[in-house]
Design a binder for this molecule. Structure first.
Ligand code: NAD
Length: 473
């Protein structure tokens, strides 16, 4: 690419798609349809700012595919938003949902603003007007298109969206399902906050439980005692580190933008987080060594490297120095195509972002199901299960003459809460997706990497559902 101006993110997604499509047998027309963005809605609307001036806001919503309904994907608030970017992100959502068997088409939205430059009241007005514009054109609804948080937005914006939608659609019984990532009090689901980090852990743990894969990498089977390095101690990085540590791995280094720390005996992410809160930096953490540069952490000896901060952090320049055996792409796009080539040469396994960080959208699916069913997960079965478990345990204790006490007793008797069910649904989803991708990769030695295998998985599923719809008999 000669200049950044001509770079098209959407085109680069198309290129990755084409690379993978070669390994499938689908009709070229079907492949063309899967790649295309079905609907692009570009809008402008005015908003009166607090100082009385009127600003015209540029915004988008893209529905990439309706092979499953509704469409699903976040809304981004950023100065960088443009049509090409929203189209690319919408298409990635189609593939991501397909891989993890979440029955949605891909969508994405964006408002071209820097949210830091607006007051809360102005942001509320912009968000509500954007929602009203979507309603006017039938671009939002529990059966049409369901947004979620993305860069620059969170549960607060989702609460404004659901409230605007519900007020414009009186009597719509499923209105709460028009958006996900809502606060729990507004119809959100428990377990959403940690979902992406937990999904990363489940995906990598499954890879580590595959004896043939581990043998190739020269690693032992299982997550226990694996050394892990995490870049980024934000939502995804913090929770990834937490679940790896709780799973028996050792987090030996953590990197943030101000620096990186190393302790071969293992770091506790929460203690580091508290230290950062108190001192303003992760550096000088008791018992740990400061590294000279934050990027040095990416090049240390370890079994698993989790980039969970930004895109393009591992590239053609530093990839040759990466010593990890497994890279788990928790962030979106942390490794460049040049880095992929280096990994293939060096035999490093890169577990791709497109499915590894799908925990958020998977739990969004659970939230949407909860909204349509109008009942909290666990409400129907929790008490029943507890009563049943109490009787079973009682019988067993009577038969064996032994009794179970403490934490084990609590664990056996406990009936599932919403969060337990969400976590277990996520675990099932990530295990299944990991196995499906690995099967595809193993079935064709020509497929160069796991990323391409993941795309093949997505293409096969979307193409199959077009067949099921009878569109392409
Ligand atoms: P976040 O803002 O909570 O955390 C990012 C962290 O990275 C921050 O703590 C930041 O200080 C740190 N960071 C920034 N520059 C750094 C640098 N140069 N070196 C080390 N650390 C640096 O964001 P998040 O929600 O955790 O998202 C992280 C990544 O995961 C993004 O790529 C995002 O698109 C992706 N992702 C997030 C979710 C989700 O559910 N939050 C879902 C899918 C993908």
């Amino acid at each position: 690419m000669s200049s950044n101006q001509h770079y098209s993110f959407f085109h680069s997604v198309e290129q990755s798609f084409d690379k993978a499509a070669k390994f499938t047998q689908w009709d070229p027309g079907i492949l063309e349809q899967i790649k295309a963005c079905n609907s692009v809605y570009q809008m402008r609307f005015p908003v009166k700012l607090d100082d009385g001036t009127i600003e015209v806001i540029e915004a988008y919503r893209v529905q990439h595919s309706q092979h499953k309904s509704p469409c699903k994907g976040g809304i981004r608030f950023s100065d960088e938003v443009n049509q090409d970017e929203v189209m690319a992100l919408a298409s990635l959502m189609t593939y991501k949902c397909a891989i993890v068997n979440v029955p949605f088409g891909g969508g994405k939205g964006g408002i071209k603003i820097n949210p830091k430059k607006y007051s809360t009241y102005e942001l509320e007005k912009i968000t509500r007007r954007y929602t009203a514009e979507l309603v006017k054109k039938n671009f939002i609804g529990p059966g049409i298109d369901v947004p979620a948080p993305d860069y620059g937005t969170g549960s607060r914006e989702m609460a404004w969206i659901v409230d605007t939608y519900a007020s414009l659609k009186p009597g719509e019984i499923d209105a709460a399902g028009c958006v996900t990532g809502k606060p729990v009090t507004q119809g959100g689901v428990r377990g959403r906050t940690e979902a992406t980090g937990l999904g990363v852990y489940f995906g990598i743990r499954e890879v580590c439980n595959m004896p043939d894969v581990m043998q190739k990498l020269g690693l032992t089977v299982g997550i226990k005692d694996k050394t892990v390095i995490v870049q980024g101690l934000g939502n995804v990085g913090y929770h990834s580190a937490k679940f790896f540590r709780e799973g028996g791995a050792k987090v030996v280094a953590l990197a943030e933008y101000e620096g990186a720390i190393y302790n071969p005996a293992g770091l506790n992410e929460d203690e580091v987080f508290q230290h950062r809160k108190k001192t303003g930096s992760i550096l000088n953490f008791p018992g740990a060594t400061n590294l000279a540069k934050n990027t040095d952490a990416l090049e240390l000896e370890c079994d698993i490297l989790i980039p969970a901060a930004l895109e393009n952090v591992i590239n053609g320049e530093n990839a040759p120095r990466v010593k990890a055996k497994i890279i788990g792409e928790a962030a979106n796009g942390p490794c460049t195509p040049e880095a992929d080539d280096v990994f293939a040469q060096k035999g490093i396994l890169c577990v791709p972002d497109m499915y590894l960080n799908a925990g958020g959208v998977t739990v969004s699916y659970f939230e949407w199901l909860k909204n349509l069913s109008h009942v909290r997960y666990g409400r129907m079965e929790k008490r029943f299960t507890e009563n049943m478990n109490t009787r079973i345990l009682g019988q067993m204790e009577e038969l064996t003459g032994k009794s179970v006490a403490g934490k084990d007793r609590e664990f056996i008797l406990h009936g599932p809460e919403e969060q337990d069910l969400v976590h277990s649904g996520l675990e099932e989803t990530m295990i299944t997706a990991t196995r499906e991708i690995m099967e595809i990769w193993k079935s064709n030695p020509e497929i160069p990497d796991m990323r391409t295998a993941a795309y093949v998985s997505a293409i096969n599923k979307v193409a199959t559902s077009y067949g099921e719809l009878g569109i392409f008999p």
